[in-house]
Design a protein around this ligand. Sequence first.
Ligand SMILES: [Zn+2]
Length: 471
Amino acid sequence: MALKIFNTLSRTVQEFIPLDPAGQKIGMYCCGPTVYDFAHVGNWRTFVFGDLVRRYLSFKGFNVQHVMNITDVEDKIIKRVRQTGSSLRDFTNQFEQAFFEDLKTLNCQMPDQTPRATEHIPDIIALIEKLMARRVAYRATDGSVYFSIQKYRESGSQYGKLVKLNFEEMRVGERVKSDEYAKESVADFALWKARLPEDGSVFWPSPWGEGRPGWHIECSAMSMKLLGTSFDLHLGGEDLAFPHHEDEIAQSEGAGVQAAGKPFVKYWLHAAHLMVEGKKMAKSLGNFFTLRDLLGKGYSGREIRFLLLQAHYRETFNFTLEGLQRARVSLLGIDECLGKLAELAGSTTAAPAAALTRQVEQLLDEDLNISGAWGAVFEWKTETNRQLAAGNLNSAGAAAALAAWNQVDAILGVGAPKEQEVPAEITTLVEARQAARKARDFRRSDAIRDELKSKGWVIDDTPKGPRAKRA
Ligand SMILES: [Zn+2]
């Protein structure tokens, strides 16, 4: 079965065919975090989506090389470094570490490489030199180096491959030094920013004088260094399509480093925005959540991951706290079903039952139809519960069902809940209740049950004996 994905370059759903003639190796680049603060839940939607793509490609048998950059020099970072008085490295390190911890909390697989911009300054300079040599870049009077959109277009290249740009209506030819700018003012963008007094000690020497790289050039330099000048997949949030990704294409293809007819990137995938409680996220609206804010409210990484993975990646998704509550209930339903299967299967092992995996694969092959895949998972759960209740499953059947779930979960990554730790005091009470029951002292056993309840625990009498569960 072939995977089809929506390629922003062609604006159509296309079959995914790797550049590797053997059809095996895939290079995948995801724009990573700018480490000046904790990533918010909108960022996490994109990163969890990237993880889904990676896991699914691995499931399909491809050998994925996943690169995610760490932007550790940038306008906002420099501002914070100045405000806090710490060194660039000390400042960015804390947020880089937090980012990796959060990635783990959401059960995202670590990218194979996480290059830092500050450790690739020579690669960045070498790429700018190529652009200078081809005359699509120039040094302006302010000492900074800019990419010339006009020269690039005159060389027969197209600027505006990902987003439609109307050059007639835009102010072309003006220069913009900041990394983020609006579509209405397409302009020559900075590749190298000349050192300013407010940059403090954040600068590097270059052939054009001391300064620092622009944001866009770092992704071109690092992606091509690690994945080659032409690679398969580039992912990011839809807000990055312009100008960031458009500029990445211009810089990478403008350097003339690809073999004839080969693009910088074959497939561009963009994840849609996230709304929170029906609105665009904003600190002033009180709907701005980092992952840590949500953990602080008592939600788990798997509940948050589950919710972030509910909607199709090209649909705007409304993330709500109520949705997180529903996610908790849905996951509990899955966990309960898996628990019953595990009990029935015991130590029996079996090959996975094929139906669920096949169904999920068919759905994900169609431009990663994740909501369809969840639908299949919940139908499977309902049917499995029905079979269990009817006594239609034996231990081999239960083991086959569990193995199927494990295959599917290798893609979804919601995993199993952490084994609940039962405090010793509770275990002692459970044992005392069991002893009382054996002695037919039901008054005492009921009293112990009530005591457990008052401590927030209930007893689940399973065929293997009583087990304490959180009420
Ligand atoms: Zn990028």
